[in-house]
Write a protein that binds this ligand. Structure first.
Ligand SMILES: [Zn+2]
Ligand SMILES: [Zn+2]
Length: 302
């Protein structure tokens, strides 16, 4: 084989082995677009009259709902996405609120806009912590709604996992395929969801601008490596987690229980943050040591 052929072959092997998460041209990559707010509404310091939720339309088929810090200091995000056959809600919030009514109204509006009489709703969770499941009981009382259980066994059964946590399975909303990736470590039932339509990766409390509480360091580290591997050949427009605790000032967070965060970080992170997290876990204690990075902190809980 001549030298030129060898070089071509090496280039070919490299491109097969490491198909980078990039588009050939800076033209939007062919993914469905949407808009994130420049900043989220600030909760407090006065809470009287504050609405329980901020509703933001990323695009007509993806609604981001944020619970107000005046309802619960966790201020979690909820994500509602629509396909042709069903809608999926990821998480139900931290406090006892009107979340089921708010989401029902959003589904009604979507149905009207799309000439549909009704659309079944599936309620799933990024993980089972109390600040993500507080509205479950209200959704269970709704017609046309199924609520996925919160134990790892229930999550596995619903999404039909055979090998947890190494399988990645798909869930089809009707013309909209989601990949469900198990990422235990923050909590045993944690999942990430990759929406092929928008190329958004939803990561729950496993990666967001704030304190990444690591309950099981070895499992967490493996989950992050699997997320890196999963996204290696995919576009990732945004990584959206479920809280903002970081300030816009680098290496600075708002302490736990802070309601009023007038200068908070944006919600969205990118794949570079995932690589940064993976590198930091590899280089500094595998999740067993607290490490503050620019936009988030690895925070072991034991
Ligand atoms: Zn959590
Ligand atoms: Zn949380």
């Amino acid at each position: 084989m001549n030298r030129c052929r060898v070089i071509v072959l090496i280039a070919l092997i490299a491109s097969v082995r490491d198909p980078a998460a990039q588009a050939p041209n800076p033209d939007g990559g062919g993914v469905r677009r949407g808009v994130l707010p420049r900043a989220w509404q600030v909760s407090g310091p006065q809470c009287i009259g504050t609405p329980q939720f901020q509703v933001h339309e990323y695009n007509p088929d993806l609604i981001i709902v944020r619970e107000s810090g005046c309802s619960n200091y966790e201020k979690p995000f909820l994500f509602l996405m629509f396909g042709q056959e069903r809608a999926l809600l990821l998480d139900t919030g931290a406090a006892k609120t009107d979340v089921a009514q708010v989401v029902s109204k959003l589904i009604e509006q979507w149905s009207r806009r799309n000439g549909r009489r009704s659309l079944p709703l599936v309620v799933a969770h990024t993980h089972a912590h109390g600040d993500h499941i507080a509205g479950d009981a209200d959704f269970k009382a709704l017609a046309n709604t199924s609520v996925v259980g919160t134990t790892p066994a229930a999550v596995q059964a619903f999404f039909r996992f055979r090998n947890w946590p190494t399988d990645v399975v798909t869930f089809d909303l009707g013309g909209r395929i989601l990949d469900i990736i198990p990422i235990p470590g923050h909590e045993p039932s944690s999942i990430a969801v990759y929406d092929r339509q928008t190329a958004i990766l939803f990561t729950g409390d496993t990666l967001y601008p704030g304190r990444l509480y690591v309950q099981d360091a070895a499992t967490f580290t493996q989950s992050i490596q699997r997320l890196v591997d999963f996204t290696r050949d995919k576009l990732v427009t945004h990584i959206l987690g479920n809280h903002i605790e970081q300030a816009r000032t680098a290496y600075l967070d708002y302490p736990i229980r802070t309601v009023h965060q007038p200068d908070e970080h944006v919600l969205e992170l990118g794949r570079a943050h995932l690589l940064e997290l993976n590198g930091a876990l590899r280089d500094s204690g595998g999740g067993t040591k607290r490490v503050a990075l620019r936009d988030f902190t690895i925070w072991p809980t034991k």
